[in-house]
Design a protein around this ligand. Structure first.
Ligand code: SF4
Ligand code: SF4
Length: 80
């Protein structure tokens, strides 16, 4: 099943880390103007999850996975 990546706009600090070519090779994370909140272009996203690990604020989420508040979550077990 294809993941659905989402950026939590209440958590994102617009640091631009996730937009680096070394993070998102398909340039699926788009920020239209400097300082704008980024969005994920689902048509370009390959679901590699690199941006989830790269975000220093934990703002990138996969809506198809359990939340980190769930003790049984793989994210919780991975310490993400
Ligand atoms: S790396 Fe995280 S905090 Fe920085 S712009 Fe991307 S989603 Fe926002
Ligand atoms: S999951 Fe991969 S392809 Fe999709 S936005 Fe994140 S880094 Fe880019």
């Amino acid at each position: 099943m294809r993941p659905i990546l989402r950026i939590d706009l209440h958590v994102c600090q617009t640091c631009t880390t996730c937009q680096a070519r070394t993070v998102c090779k398909t340039r699926a994370i788009v920020q239209y103007e400097r300082g704008d909140l980024p969005i994920v272009d689902a048509s370009r996203c390959r679901g590699c999850m690199v941006c989830i690990r790269a975000c220093p604020f934990g703002a990138v989420r996969n809506d198809e996975r359990p939340t980190t508040n769930d003790e049984s979550s793989p994210l919780k077990q991975d310490g993400i």
